[in-house]
Design a protein around this ligand. Structure first.
Ligand SMILES: C[S@@+](CC[C@H](N)C(=O)[O-])C[C@H]1O[C@@H](n2cnc3c(N)ncnc32)[C@H](O)[C@@H]1O
Length: 237
């Protein structure tokens, strides 16, 4: 095991493992984002709520796989939608279908709506009529990148995985974001609803216990030492 020993000159010794350092840093990093430290984090002028390491991983997966469609559940103002749409423009292929229930005042910024690679669908990502609408829009697609970042309860995320996994081809990625909630490693008290109802991590565990159609790519997940999607880089078998 990797251990760092900090010997201080009064004889104080602190033993802390690399995993502990990473988990504490992960929580501090996440907290600083939630506390809105410093100027807002914008991607191409739109607020975004992603771990930059994960974003780097996503662009690399996208440039490698060149999917026909990205399906995004949960957009808020659309910073992530814009990031994916711009990435598809650079690749020169594909569209992003972004779904958000739009319950808050803010929704996709105008420049996201106007982007020629976005298709925006207001509604719940698990409502049968919305799932049908998404499937109709992407019916000519053969390869997908799917990212779940909407309501973070176990039941909701499980329903999203079950709704969209059947679309996917071998090797396609589905990312389950915010699986760091509820003790993985963020303290459970951080998010009351996932503490009480289970969160994205528990949804992945439940899905994997019922079905056998995904592997988890922990190598990609851990390239920057921590991810907001632990055990959430699902690769279709
Ligand atoms: C964490 S924010 C998304 C952040 C965005 N992906 C980003 O990285 O900038 C979560 C979003 O999920 C949306 N949401 C909540 N429940 C939903 C549902 N049932 N279906 C679709 N979207 C939902 C909320 O409206 C909110 O905009």
């Amino acid at each position: 095991m990797n251990r760092f020993q900090l010997n201080q000159n009064r004889g104080l010794q602190v033993n802390i493992s690399q995993d502990e350092i990473i988990n504490v840093f992960h929580s501090i990093f996440y907290a600083s984002e939630n506390d809105h430290c410093g100027p807002p984090k914008l991607y191409n002028g739109v607020p975004i709520h992603k771990n930059p390491g994960d974003m780097f991983n996503y662009q690399q997966i996208l440039f490698t796989q060149k999917p026909d469609y990205i399906i995004e559940c949960g957009a808020f103002q659309g910073g992530s939608t814009m990031f994916f749409a711009d990435t598809l423009s650079l690749i020169g292929k594909g569209k992003i279908v972004s779904v958000d229930i739009c319950e808050r005042d803010e929704r996709w910024y105008p420049q996201v709506e106007e982007h020629d690679r976005t298709i925006l669908i207001p509604g719940s990502s698990v409502a049968p009529d919305i799932v049908s609408k998404v499937k109709d829009v992407v019916k000519d697609g053969k390869s997908f990148f799917i990212i779940l970042d909407s309501l973070h309860t176990q039941a909701h995320v499980l329903a999203e995985i079950e709704s969209y996994a059947p679309l996917m081809a071998t090797g396609n990625y589905m990312i389950v974001e915010d699986s760091n909630l509820n003790g993985h490693p963020l303290p459970p008290e951080w998010h009351k609803q996932t503490m009480e109802e289970g969160g994205p991590f528990e949804a992945v565990v439940e899905y994997m216990s019922k079905y056998n159609d995904f592997n988890i790519d922990t190598d990609m997940e851990n390239r920057f030492l921590f991810s907001y999607a632990p055990s959430g880089y699902l690769v279709k078998k």
